[in-house]
Design a protein around this ligand. Sequence first.
Ligand SMILES: NC(=O)c1ccc[n+]([C@@H]2O[C@H](COP(=O)([O-])OP(=O)(O)OC[C@H]3O[C@@H](n4cnc5c(N)ncnc54)[C@H](OP(=O)(O)O)[C@@H]3O)[C@@H](O)[C@H]2O)c1
Length: 313
Amino acid sequence: MPKAVKFWNYGGPEVLQLAEVERPHAAPGKVVVEVVTAALNPGEIGIREGRFHAMWPATFPEGQGNDFAGYVAEVGEGVEGFVIGDPVLGFAPRAAQANFVVVGTDALAPKPAALSWEGAATIAGVGATAWAAVEAVRPGSGETVVVSAAAGGVGVIAAQLARLRGARVIGTAGEKNFPLLRSLGVTPVQYGAGLADRIGAAAPSGIDAYIDTFGAGNVEVAIGLGVEPDRINTLADGAAIRKYGVHSDAQEEAASPALWAALATMAAEGKIAIPIAQVYPLEEVRQAYRDVATRHGGGKRVLSIIAPGERRE
Ligand SMILES: NC(=O)c1ccc[n+]([C@@H]2O[C@H](COP(=O)([O-])OP(=O)(O)OC[C@H]3O[C@@H](n4cnc5c(N)ncnc54)[C@H](OP(=O)(O)O)[C@@H]3O)[C@@H](O)[C@H]2O)c1
């Protein structure tokens, strides 16, 4: 029987089970996708632990994972543009870590052959989020932009998208990720105490825009450096959003298959790299989330649900 990651109560990674589930079928307008890869995101940990219960309550048994890539396995009546066997990527909220997902065509985009399955699984999640965060602050040619946690899942893509808009990018990271950032044309700066001084030293002419993907005082650093609130976006600091009126654009602002397709093409053409920190089989989902919870490591952690040797392309 097909399997899906499920949990029956809030808790640590140990509550996650690989449950046997019925194979889904495609109702009119829907598409069943056989999942090849599914991404893991830190926000999913908060949902599973119950920390976000007031805002995003779980419905038990709850699934895990949003962004995925796979093959179209079944097409419902009235669906156009997709046929069985098509490689696709998409977004299936709290359901993606499974052998099969059911989505509408508004949650599906084609996967280019030249894009890896692991990279494809991240496009509708961190890819879209990075796009929204960069667009919110509109970096321009000749400007200098800071991206916090620039080696993280969102940050590493945001940094590259800001560069493609012609900006110079300073990225905060731990020292072991400095070579990764340099290889992407990003100037690395260590995060933590004294950050504003280090950014000031790296950019004596000032900072034009600030993309915060980590929280922990980055918005205050940006304000202290004289960045206008309208040129700051944070994904992780609700208090700063309320206090300073900075932007908080994220996945929701880029939930568009056309945009995902454009990002996927950029990745397939090598215009942006999608570094993968680690790939885990579905059976190791608990360990994968333990590693995501460390909030360290360069790039994305991804589940491989169909092993490379068993994929059809
Ligand atoms: N609302 C949405 O639609 C949406 C979607 C996606 C993500 N998000 C949110 O966006 C944020 C970023 O997600 P993500 O997937 O990019 O996270 P992530 O990959 O887990 O971020 C890990 C990165 O954080 C860095 N880091 C660790 N400690 C740090 C510190 N004290 N200061 C600065 N950076 C530090 C690490 O750097 P080193 O490895 O170099 O140490 C690592 O590269 C999360 O809060 C997530 O929930 C929101």
